[in-house]
Each structure stands twice: as structure tokens, then as C-alpha cells.
Design a protein around this ligand. Structure first.
Ligand SMILES: Nc1ncnc2c1ncn2[C@@H]1O[C@H](COP(=O)(O)OP(=O)(O)OP(=O)(O)O)[C@@H](O)[C@H]1O
Length: 225
């Protein structure tokens, strides 16, 4: 999948949240790092059309995030900072089934869409539980399952390991590392993004470094010290 930003700028109420940027991304693992408020979430939300550029265009494999919004949404999945907010139905299993059901799947076809994802993420024991009965790591995995069953080509994670204890953090990190899908991950965990194919550093609404993970994390450390 190719993500292209063409002279993209975002301003909220006249205040620039992202300075104009032109960029093409096609790597399987892309990390996004930077201080709070530097524009990371704005950048990530542009990719699936959740935020529209104030000027410029974002395309995914040539599909415009504004003009082809539906097609873009069906190719991308987004895991928010607080995944509890994206689990809508009372039972985890029903929530995971919601996307495939909305696409008309039922019976054996529905089961065939869900079972491999549930097995892959090791969450069969969570299907009859309610969101408030899950730990932070389990919520991340449940939200990821609900996204993966819709078969996105790219999954965007906004700080997926924030507020997780070490065990849950490692489980989520391992799961993301093993994904077959492309992943773009915003993270404050520099060790996590160290193995990524490409890392972007944001500072004060600007992309200030783009390249190798080792160089990007060194650049970022230098920036903040
Ligand atoms: N919907 C919005 N309306 C107004 N301002 C916004 C909106 N979304 C973001 N901003 C502002 O844009 C700037 C960049 O925010 P953004 O959420 O992209 O930063 P971030 O790097 O993801 O921060 P964090 O690490 O804290 O999540 C901030 O000053 C923020 O207050």
C-alpha cells in the first residue's frame, strides 16, 4: 500500500497543527514519534480520512481520503488511544462480529471471517465478556480483532502501549510485530519502533526527521535533551 501526502497542511481554528508536507510511504512498519501536541495524531488521522486536509491531498493507492472516503475507510483500520471507546456492543464477541455482519456475512461465512482472527490474537476466552471486564491489553486486542476481521490493508495505532503494564505491553508489541497487515504506529516507546522499517519524527507541527529507525530515535533523543 502506498500512502501519499501532497502539500498537506492542517489548521484548527486558524492554528496550524501540521505544516505543509509532501511524503510517500510504502513500508510495512512505520513508526511515528514526537512530543505531546507535535501533530502525530493529526498526521495519522489524515491517513484514514478522519481529519481532512485544510489544503493539499492525501491518497492511499491513488484513492483520495476526501473524494473516495468510503473506499479509504474500508482499506484502513484505526486503533484509538483509548480502545474502550471504540467497542460499541455490550459483548466483545458481538462487537467483533459487527463489521463482517454489516458486510452481509452470516452463518459459516461469518464464523470463517472471525475464527482465524480470534485464534491469531488468542482472545477466544474474552468473547463473552463486557468491555469493562477487560484489562487495558485485552481491550487493545479486542479492538484490534474488530478491526482485523474487516480485512484492512493498513492498521493505524495511536499509542497502543500507553498505560499498559509490562506483560500487556509485551503482548501488544508482539502482536503488532507479527501482523501480516501494514502498520503505522504512533508510540512513545523508542525500543518498540527501533525495529521498524521507517520512522517519522514530529516536532511543533512539522515533520523534522524521516528515515532509518536508529537514526530517527537518536535524532529525537537529541531534540529533547
Ligand atoms: N480537533 C481539533 N481541534 C482543535 N485543535 C486540535 C484538534 N486536534 C488536535 N488539535 C491541536 O493540534 C495540535 C496537534 O495535536 P495532535 O493530537 O496531532 O498531537 P500529538 O502529537 O498526537 O499529541 P499527543 O502525543 O499528546 O497525543 C495540538 O496543539 C492540539 O491541541
Amino acid at each position: 500500500m502506498q500512502i501519499h501526502f501532497e502539500q498537506v497542511m492542517v489548521a484548527f481554528d486558524g492554528r496550524v497543527a501540521l505544516e505543509p508536507m509532501t511524503l510517500t510511504l510504502s513500508e510495512k512498519r512505520i513508526g511515528v514519534i514526537g512530543l505531546n501536541g507535535s501533530g502525530k495524531s493529526t498526521f495519522a488521522r489524515l491517513i484514514n480520512g478522519l481529519i481532512k486536509p485544510t489544503s493539499g491531498h492525501v491518497t492511499l493507492d491513488g484513492l483520495d481520503t476526501v473524494k473516495d472516503a468510503k473506499a479509504v475507510l474500508s482499506r484502513t483500520g484505526f486503533i484509538f488511544q483509548n480502545p474502550a471507546n471504540q467497542i460499541i456492543l455490550p459483548l466483545i464477541g458481538d462487537d467483533i462480529a459487527m463489521g463482517p455482519k454489516a458486510r452481509g456475512l452470516k452463518g459459516a461465512a461469518l464464523e470463517a471471517a472471525i475464527a482465524p482472527v480470534v485464534e491469531r490474537l488468542g482472545i477466544a476466552h474474552l468473547l463473552n465478556r463486557r468491555p469493562h471486564e477487560l484489562s487495558g491489553g485485552e481491550l487493545q486486542l479486542a479492538a484490534l480483532a474488530a478491526v482485523l476481521v474487516t480485512k484492512p490493508e493498513l492498521v493505524i495505532f495511536d499509542e497502543p502501549t500507553n498505560q499498559l503494564d509490562l506483560r500487556n505491553e509485551l503482548k501488544v508489541v508482539r502482536t503488532i510485530r507479527a501482523l501480516e497487515e501494514h502498520a503505522l504506529v504512533i508510540s512513545h516507546d523508542l525500543e518498540f519502533v527501533a525495529e521498524f522499517d521507517r520512522v517519522l519524527v514530529f516536532d511543533q507541527a512539522r515533520l523534522v526527521f524521516d528515515g532509518d529507525a536508529g537514526e530517527a530515535t537518536a535524532f529525537y533523543r537529541n531534540l529533547v535533551t
